[in-house]
Design a protein around this ligand. Structure first.
Ligand code: IMP
Length: 418
């Protein structure tokens, strides 16, 4: 009987899709508790590629209940398109049964996305209206899923919100396009009936009923957390452990908290990145790791693994075990470096300086690489000695066991450690 929290320990894109897919087999319920269509989980099964943005990865297995929780924000049209794409790939979806949306989740409508398009540049957002939807949620003006049941109130809210957003858009210049509230309402009305069967008021009760078999699927990563990440270059939700509770309304005991850590570091969008390699190393990691965004296609910034930030992320989430992903991407490296501390103004810091990371110099440790193809390794002893040493260095530094290592995209390219 295990409830599991799966959380990214970096800036997202750690390769959580594969882990969540493997873990979903062992859980009855899989729940997304934060974020929205800004996420992109890629799962490869028998060579077939599934790209999930909003729908929990448990949908790829028969008989699982998948929940989109309270603190998730979603675009109605994009949700239906994702469902249709999954059905086209042969995935069976029963609204309100194997795919459920909490009536407390938040709708992202075109006006929020339009404002993100003009405001999101500084942070380098995914342009999905994520931050604006969370702002409206905190400002108590947003539209939660339950409003879809009352069209006349919905219309009034949409009118008020669109008018307000048009003011904000106008502030950005006369050329920025204004939106028509009639259009926004009409477009939503056309798909309202399709959405309603997915929405339920009792997601909390479902989670309580399945206590002991719930997988909380985090999106993005700890360093992108609105409160605990490298603010302001963050997303607007809480991928970290606290988000599990506020995003679902249950305080189930989490027996396993699995921190997903990529064997190197990446970031999309702007903001500090202490161990970034804007050189041949970064290029090699990007090419070998195919580091281009699932959601936006943007090339990701690449660098060495930052264990100092990783330690902070383990502490924030109370991580009980690490899943190390994409180890094979390092197969060709002669020397492997990893960050183990930061210097600020010439002095080593003894706290995680999340607001000053941009002014910090990383302190590196290094070791010889292994220069062997690891993609066919299936058990720890198949790995070259130096790869095992790298894993041990990570365990020691993070004081947390590495329980799983990924050496490729396929479900089978995974090594379990005792
Ligand atoms: P937003 O979530 O679209 O508002 O974007 C805020 C920041 O989070 C930007 O730097 C994005 O690139 C980043 N971000 C959002 N979602 C993801 C993700 O799933 N993986 C990696 N970065 C993300």
């Amino acid at each position: 009987m295990t409830n599991t929290h799966l959380v990214g320990l970096q800036w997202g894109d750690e390769g959580k899709g594969k882990d969540v897919d493997i873990l979903s087999e062992k859980h009855e319920v899989i729940v997304r508790y934060q974020g929205g269509g800004n996420a992109g989980h890629t799962v490869v099964i028998d060579g077939k590629v599934y790209k999930l943005h909003l729908v929990p990865s448990g949908i790829l297995r028969d008989g699982k209940i998948n929940i989109i929780g309270d603190n998730v924000v979603w675009r109605p049209q994009a949700f239906l398109e994702e469902v249709a794409a999954l059905e086209e790939l042969g995935i069976h979806i029963e609204p309100g049964k194997n795919l459920i949306i909490s009536d407390g989740s938040h709708l992202t409508l075109p006006y929020q996305q339009a404002l993100d398009a003009v405001e999101g540049g500084k942070v380098g957002t995914t342009g999905r209206g994520i931050g604006q939807t969370y702002e409206d949620s905190r400002g108590r003006t947003g539209i939660r899923a339950f409003e879809l049941f009352d069209p006349s109130n919905l219309e009034a809210m949409i009118k008020q919100n669109t008018d307000y957003y048009n003011h904000k858009l106008r502030w950005h210049g006369p050329d920025v396009e204004q939106l028509s509230h009639n259009q926004v309402f009409d477009d939503l009305s056309k798909i309202r009936e399709q959405l309603i069967p997915f929405i339920r008021p009792d997601t909390r009760e479902i989670l309580l009923k399945y206590d002991g078999s719930v997988l909380f699927e985090g999106a993005q990563g700890t360093l992108l957390d609105i409160d605990l990440g490298t603010w302001p270059f963050v997303t607007s939700s809480n991928p970290t452990k606290g988000g599990v509770y506020t995003g679902t309304g249950v305080s189930l005991e989490l027996q396993r908290v699995i921190g997903i850590l990529k064997a190197y570091q990446t970031r999309v969008g702007n903001g500090p990145f202490a161990t970034e390699q804007e050189n041949d190393t970064g290029e090699r990691l990007r090419e070998r790791g195919k580091e281009f965004g699932t959601t936006t296609g943007r090339p990701r910034r690449c660098g060495w693994l930052d264990l100092f930030a990783g330690k902070y992320a383990c502490e924030v989430n109370g991580v009980t075990e690490i899943s190390l992903t994409k180890l094979d991407v390092l197969d060709d490296e002669g020397t492997i470096r990893f960050g183990v501390g930061y210097e600020l103004d010439g002095k080593q810091v003894d706290y995680f300086p999340r607001f000053q990371m941009g002014k910090c110099e990383p302190i590196y440790d290094e070791m010889l690489g292994w220069k062997v193809d690891t993609t066919k390794a299936r058990k720890p002893s198949d790995l070259p000695k130096n790869a095992r040493r790298y894993i041990e260095r990570i365990e020691t530094y993070l004081d947390t066991p590495v329980k799983r290592v990924g050496v490729g995209k396929g479900r089978d390219q995974t090594i379990e450690f005792d």
